[in-house]
Write a protein that binds this ligand. Structure first.
Ligand code: ZN
Length: 342
């Protein structure tokens, strides 16, 4: 018996129609309805596939950060959840799932090791779920997780849900691809390379043509580059664009059409080109950053490119040989942790 009444009764869902050109038929753009949602809304975006839009804003500081977005897929006998979120938010998502199905959560998939995507593992595991992640997601959560978790616990103003819980690691990892298929639903987990982190992986639903990207693609000015390889990230996005996709469920920001993958790629292409020009012209980082201006980016995200100083600094360090990508995510906790978990 489905119990989704309270979530959806009376809800008038506005839709935005996007024209998306698909690889297999470039002449006939397919119209895709992208649901418009408010924070914490849950919507069934395809039969048996639900998306919860978590709060985040690059322009309004009053909006609290609600962790990652979540997608869940209802199989015949169980539920698969994309991203564990933080522990507190995992409980909120669990309550939302119970309004859509009585089936138990059997698997939770960490798109990467960051706290807002993996620290809620403990909650899902206590409810009987198995945690899935890529090999490098599992490795980074294991090597970095304990110190990060303790640092948060020791903070006077640290998260209460971290103080009250313990770190839970990945149970089952995969190198390239792992598929869950029970004849009614199919979810494929793909590792496509180093993007936002060395361990990023995506969840692809071939029947519904939905791609859940984690932070490999966000919809808005929410990129954090601390563990990124931006040259590789562009290649990963190119690979993702080869998938037959109608809807993208990003790690942060509203659900989108396939076009958001190209926007995310263009950000790193344009940023790298602008920073490279600045480096070639022997400009200082602060002057390069202050000169960043892409109208299309501001139109997309609502903020100017020059406000994304963390992204610019990371690219500057990459292009000036100051970053060893093989060591990213493995710095000492004091230098590496806590600032951002997006
Ligand atoms: Zn992240």
């Amino acid at each position: 018996m489905l119990k989704r009444v309270s979530l959806f009764a009376g809800a008038v869902v506005a839709v935005v129609t996007l024209a998306v050109v698909f690889a297999q038929d470039k002449k006939e753009p397919e119209k895709v309805d992208v649901p418009e949602m408010k924070f914490d809304d849950v919507k069934e975006i395809a039969p048996g596939v639900f998306f919860r839009y978590s709060s985040i804003s690059a322009t309004d500081k009053k909006v609290p950060f609600g962790g990652s977005n979540n997608t869940w897929i209802v199989f015949k006998d169980y539920v698969v959840v994309i991203d564990a979120n933080f522990p507190k938010e995992a409980e909120d998502v669990m309550a939302a799932i119970k309004k859509t199905t009585d089936k138990p959560v059997k698997y939770v998939f960490d798109t990467h090791h960051h706290g807002d995507h993996a620290w809620g593992n403990t909650i899902w595991a206590k409810a009987g779920a198995k945690v899935i992640g890529s090999k490098d997601c599992a490795r980074l959560l294991k090597t970095k997780g304990p110190a990060e978790w303790k640092q948060e616990q020791d903070k006077l103003d640290g998260r209460k849900d971290i103080k009250a819980n313990e770190l839970k690691l990945v149970d089952e990892d995969f190198a390239e691809k792992l598929v869950l298929d029970d004849g009614t639903q199919t979810v494929e987990f793909h590792f496509l390379g180093h993007a936002h982190t060395p361990g990023d992986a995506v969840a692809y639903l071939p029947k519904q043509k939905i791609l859940c990207t984690g932070d490999m693609c966000v919809n808005g000015a929410f990129n954090y580059c601390g563990h990124a390889d931006t040259a590789s990230w562009i290649k990963v996005l190119e690979k993702a664009e080869k998938f037959d996709v109608k809807l993208v469920c990003p790690g942060h920001g509203p659900v989108a059409g396939k076009d958001v993958l190209a926007k995310q790629r263009r950000w790193f292409e344009d940023l790298r080109a602008a920073v490279k020009k600045g480096v070639d012209d022997k400009k200082e980082l602060k002057d390069i950053t202050a000169g960043l201006s892409f109208d299309w980016y501001e139109k997309w995200t609502g903020v100017g490119a020059k406000t994304r100083d963390e992204n610019a600094e990371h690219v500057y360090k990459e292009l000036t040989g100051k970053i060893d990508h093989s060591k990213l995510g493995l710095l000492t906790p004091a230098a590496d942790v806590g600032a951002k978990t997006e």
